[in-house]
Design a protein around this ligand. Structure first.
Ligand SMILES: [Zn+2]
Length: 133
């Protein structure tokens, strides 16, 4: 079910809202960056994401081909979202599921997870091992 969620970094400097249907699935990835930040993301279209506060409180990290902007709070370090541009999806916001506020354990536990093998630049099929992601 599509729902508008509120989200934030840990210190509260960055706040956003996003229209998300968690039952449509979320992503975990084994690429060099996602692994280190324990990324758990849901992709939404730009019009489904609204930054409410904190634009000036964030820094952005980019690496590799620099197609993606990984935003993080300057104060607490939490990464609420990133903006990517992929040939398959176009411009998208990758919202950190763990930064959503007020979501029940049950809803989080029931959000389907798609594992992607970003380490092999394979965005179609899961990696052989997913248990640690
Ligand atoms: Zn913060």
């Amino acid at each position: 079910m599509m729902k508008t969620y509120n989200g934030s970094c840990h210190c509260g400097a960055v706040r956003f809202e996003a229209d998300i249907d968690l039952s449509q699935g979320s992503l975990r990835c084994n690429c060099s960056f996602c692994l280190k930040i324990r990324c758990w993301a849901v992709m939404v279209k730009p019009e489904a994401f609204r930054l409410l506060a904190g634009e000036a409180e964030m820094n952005v990290y980019q690496f590799g081909a620099k197609n993606e902007h990984h935003y993080f709070c300057k104060h607490c370090g939490v990464r609420p979202y990133g903006i990517g541009n992929s040939p398959r999806y176009g411009v998208f916001y990758g919202v950190n599921v763990a930064s959503l506020d007020g979501v029940s354990d049950e809803v989080l536990a029931n959000a389907p997870i798609t594992y992607v093998d970003g380490r092999a630049d394979n965005w179609i099929s899961p990696p052989a091992e997913t248990r640690y992601l």
